[in-house]
Design a binder for this molecule. Structure first.
Ligand code: NAD
Length: 390
């Protein structure tokens, strides 16, 4: 590919949280440039954000409809290649569908939509248009998460029996949505967030991580959701028992009222011969626990010798020598880089490699929405187990 990919953005203005992280991640490898945006629902903030990002006035659009329509009219050598959608959940589906149908690739935040129906419709649009959709399940970009996946895949631990994944946060322990916290306000509003708060916002990250690392699909759930903070209707805490497709069992916890916690996502996986442990707050360590052996510690970026060699997926997603910490921004950038490599390969008429295709896609988005549906349905019913709705 002889040029950078051109990126447009909806949401992510000065009034937003995650949009800036996307821009850093997209910039990290020099393969992408931001060329246009509709950055905020507030026109003044939209304009100021564009100015701060050195986006020319004629590429700062009033809304995503205008952006997609006008970008499409530009010459091929100028128009954006893909649209990044970093708006609240209820403003994901419409821009994604319109972008795909107008010939643009899409990067979209999780949860992919606010309903399973919308998610299925997006999958249909991706298949019909042949465009690429990347879903930013941030934590699957870490090198040692990829190493864990490779070791599970090669049978290092034997048949997988038990998966324990937890994502406790504390930032919604109080009624912050009434104290001017815009991010909390839309997340706790079912019309803007969808049927779930904690399970949608962070439970989907945990479920994706469990399925990504083990390669096993969740088949049934038994859920207990609670809205602890008075004045809130959606769940701010939940525990879910999981049944996976090969008979493996799991426990998933997602909580935003775990007071004092930051982003303590952690996964433990146990097979017949041993297990592994990885945590977001210590992402350059992968602990391996094998029966009858001392504990082993895999570290990011080392040139280990066989049989401990780091997988090609781990090394492909590592940028700097061992001991220099790589973190969330790099993990996020890995998702962007693999997406960009895939889109570039398609533009060049080349088949992307397995490493390049290694980013969450529309199928993961549909499974995420099915996870929310199934968990909420189970919680609202009296049945003990509910089959995954897909
Ligand atoms: P936020 O409230 O901080 O920002 C939302 C932005 O969207 C604001 O700039 C707002 O003005 C803009 N916006 C709202 N409606 C718009 C519209 N119709 N047109 C244009 N802009 C519009 O929200 P956030 O925390 O940045 O979350 C955004 C999305 O990212 C959510 O779907 C959330 O679940 C997801 N998210 C993902 C991660 C992750 O780890 N991958 C982390 C945080 C948030």
């Amino acid at each position: 590919m002889k040029r950078k990919l051109r990126m447009g953005m909806v949401g992510g203005g000065k009034d937003a949280f995650i949009g800036a992280v996307h821009r850093i991640a997209a910039n990290m490898d020099g393969k992408i440039e931001l060329v246009c945006g509709a950055f905020s629902i507030n026109p003044a903030v939209n304009k100021e954000s564009a100015e701060e990002l050195f986006i020319p006035q004629d590429r700062c659009y009033a809304n995503f409809e205008e952006m997609i329509t006008k970008e499409r009219e530009l010459p091929e050598g100028e128009r954006m290649d893909f649209l990044t959608i970093v708006t609240p959940n209820f403003v994901h589906y419409a821009p994604a569908k319109m972008a795909l149908e107008n010939g643009f690739n899409v990067v979209i935040e999780k949860p992919m939509t606010i309903s399973l129906e919308e998610a299925i419709s997006l999958k249909e649009a991706v298949e019909r248009t042949g465009k690429t959709l990347c879903l930013t399940h941030t934590y699957s970009g870490y090198p040692l998460v990829k190493q864990a996946k490779a070791m599970v895949q090669e049978g290092y631990f034997g048949k997988i029996r038990k998966i324990v994944v937890e994502y406790p946060q504390g930032w919604l322990s109080q009624l912050t949505e009434r104290e001017g916290n815009a991010g909390a306000a839309w997340r706790t509003d079912p019309k803007k967030s969808g049927r779930s708060l904690a399970m949608g916002d962070i439970g989907t990250h945990a479920a994706h991580l469990a399925e990504y690392v083990t390669g096993l699909k969740i088949q049934e759930v038994c859920a207990d959701l609670t809205s602890f903070v008075e004045g809130r209707t959606l769940d701010d805490d939940g525990s879910v028992l999981l049944r996976f497709e090969n008979g493996a069992k799991g426990v998933l916890m997602a909580s935003q009222i775990s007071a004092g916690e930051e982003n303590a996502l952690r996964i433990r996986i146990y097979g017949e011969k041993g297990g592994l442990e990885w945590a977001n707050e210590d992402p350059n360590n992968l602990i391996i626990k094998m029966t009858g052996q001392p504990r082993q510690l895999f570290r990011t970026g080392n040139a280990y010798q066989a049989p401990f060699t780091l997988s090609s997926f781990a090394t492909h997603n590592t940028r700097i020598p061992a001991g220099h910490p790589e973190g969330l921004l790099e993990s996020f950038a890995n998702i962007y880089r693999n997406f960009a490599l895939t889109v570039s390969a398609k533009l060049e008429g080349r088949a992307p490699t397995a490493e390049e295709l290694d980013f969450p896609n529309v199928d993961d988005g549909v499974r995420g929405m099915a996870f929310i549906e199934t968990v909420v349905n189970n919680n609202e019913s009296n049945e003990k187990w509910t089959k995954f709705v897909l």
